[in-house]
Design a protein around this ligand. Sequence first.
Ligand SMILES: Cc1cc2nc3c(=O)[nH]c(=O)nc-3n(C[C@H](O)[C@H](O)[C@H](O)COP(=O)(O)OP(=O)(O)OC[C@H]3O[C@@H](n4cnc5c(N)ncnc54)[C@H](O)[C@@H]3O)c2cc1C
Length: 650
Amino acid sequence: MRETKLKHEGVTLRQISVNTAVVGTGAAGYNAADRLWSLGQTDLLLLTEARTAGTSRNTGSDKQTYYKLTLAGGEPDSVREMAQTLFDAGCVDGDLALAEAALSAQSFLRLAELGVPFPRNRWGEYVGYKTDHDPRKRATSVGPYTSRLMTEKLEQAVQEKNIPFLDHVQVIRILRDDARVRGLLCLDTAAESPAQRFLLICCRNVIYATGGPAGIYASSAYPPSQFGASGLAFEAGVSGRNLTEWQYGMASLRPRWNVSGSYMQVLPRLFSTAADGSDEREFLLDAFSTPEEMLSLLFLKGYQWPFDARKAAAGSSRIDLLVHQESLRGRRVYLDYRRNPAQGAFRFEGLAEEARTYLEKAGVCFGTPYERLCRMNRPAVDFYLDRGVDLGREPLEIAICAQHNNGGLAVDSWWQTSLPGFFAVGEAAGSHGIYRPGGAALNAGQVGSLRAAQYIAAHCRGAADEEGFDALALSALRPLWGLAERALRQPGSIRERIRAAAVRMSLYGAAFRGAKELEETLAAVKEELAELPERVSAADESELGWVFRYRDQLLAQSVYLAAMLDYIAAGGGSRGSALYTDPRGEKADPSLPELFRFTLDEGASSARIQEVVCRDGELRFTWRPVRPIPEDDDFFENVWRDFRETGNIY
Ligand SMILES: Cc1cc2nc3c(=O)[nH]c(=O)nc-3n(C[C@H](O)[C@H](O)[C@H](O)COP(=O)(O)OP(=O)(O)OC[C@H]3O[C@@H](n4cnc5c(N)ncnc54)[C@H](O)[C@@H]3O)c2cc1C
């Protein structure tokens, strides 16, 4: 690593030259840095906008799941079978599925060795349980905060190695030439004067571990500290893949937390109000013939958390649809544990068999939802209490929230993107398809970061190429310098603008997608992008980070919305966590608005993958068949010979 200076308009900028810059301090970024170092590629710099920000460290759920190859018991499992499970999610490339299965045990055991306390039995077997879309029992967990513990242990490993690290550094532009990535333009968010404002990184490789593009949505289960930076990658011509595929579901807004499991199984009362809190109504009751019918579906939401188009007509996802309808009407929706639904006018014996027997077995066919929750899962009550919300005294505001992007930046089987030298790992990369097994995201983050590190260590060593870098950097710097200066002179609230753009996206570009609404939203986003210089504002130097986040947010939204429209134009139906309006389709209930008329995709488009790239300011979409799971000649002597010669990294 080498530090130099670059002069611009009388200001001297800091410039760092390094072989690899790793961006992001989530579970994926830390693992990338740790692995690179261990593989001997020590000319690296780990940087992040905030060390303790991001999804991995700040999120969790009832039982946060890590998906891995079976390592216990007598049930058969194999790398090939796990790859097949991942592949069967639909729209998944077979080579990625195979790599995620093949390196699953190595990645998992490394975390265990680092001290992540994955439970094992007295013989040392890592016993598992079955998660959604999982034919085996491959899931494990260390409790509500699996990803936090992973991050902390990986961070410790990185710190012990003294890997060079920069905090408060926000990437605001990816620098490239015609052939490959050349570096990063960053904002120093701790800068106190314009002279310290920008930082340049000249590098041969970037490992982009910036997480999911959470900032595009307002209704979000992501932690508030996660924003993402995928828009910048699209701007730099990095291809996106499966951008239409997300997971959305019901979550509380303050704090952000999925209201799955017991939160639903104890049958809370759902009500909505006008924006000012008036006109309280139990809106679900209107949509069902009896309270028991409604409550039986509400119970199922406990283990059918994400919105699933296949369950929208008659299944539990009808509840999500009705909740979103209230949001579209400008109303706010709450879970209420203080009082029973329908003023208690329901009978536990009248519930569907599954709900009734479960609640009877749990001994909770009594009292208020709060009393039932206390009996069934006291930690679930305490979780909110610890965050200042007493469910016994106040209702909990919820919405249909974005939780995870299954798609993302397109990567090859070494997690290199379409831009040579630029690797994407963790949630920034799109390796999943429509229905991923629960927990597969954390596995993919560890495997992808290991694969990228292996490839760089084998093929991309050497000093960064500084020739011509100054000119490249200055041409990227000038407009963004100008944007910052302008923002500092203009009045307004940049955070309010970001919020408004995110609210619009949550209403019209999330789980429920109508072509007309998407077109209108895209037009509004494009208009804001075109008028960006007039719209940005910053009260002082410390607010500039938000100016560049706003830019990234709009860039990302424009690509995601265009991907949804292209999907509709290609004839795609409702699938995964997305419902597309189809005028020729069916409605679950005649009283619902036309937005909810839809046709299921039924797997018709799951063998083809949508990709998008931005060239000369235009988005170009392509559809191609999924790559099959590779069928290699695995004769040992041949693999060994190649391994001795190339490490089989090609
Ligand atoms: C509520 C919830 C529950 C979940 N449950 C599960 C589960 O049970 N199982 C599972 O497998 N997955 C689950 N996930 C998904 C999983 O937690 C995430 O996909 C994963 O943690 C992402 O890790 P990451 O390292 O890719 O990104 P993150 O942990 O989000 O880290 C991103 C990093 O990049 C930094 N960064 C971003 N932009 C910039 C920039 N411009 N410049 C510099 N730094 C930047 C951030 O500050 C952060 O340090 C869940 C997610 C949520 C929200």
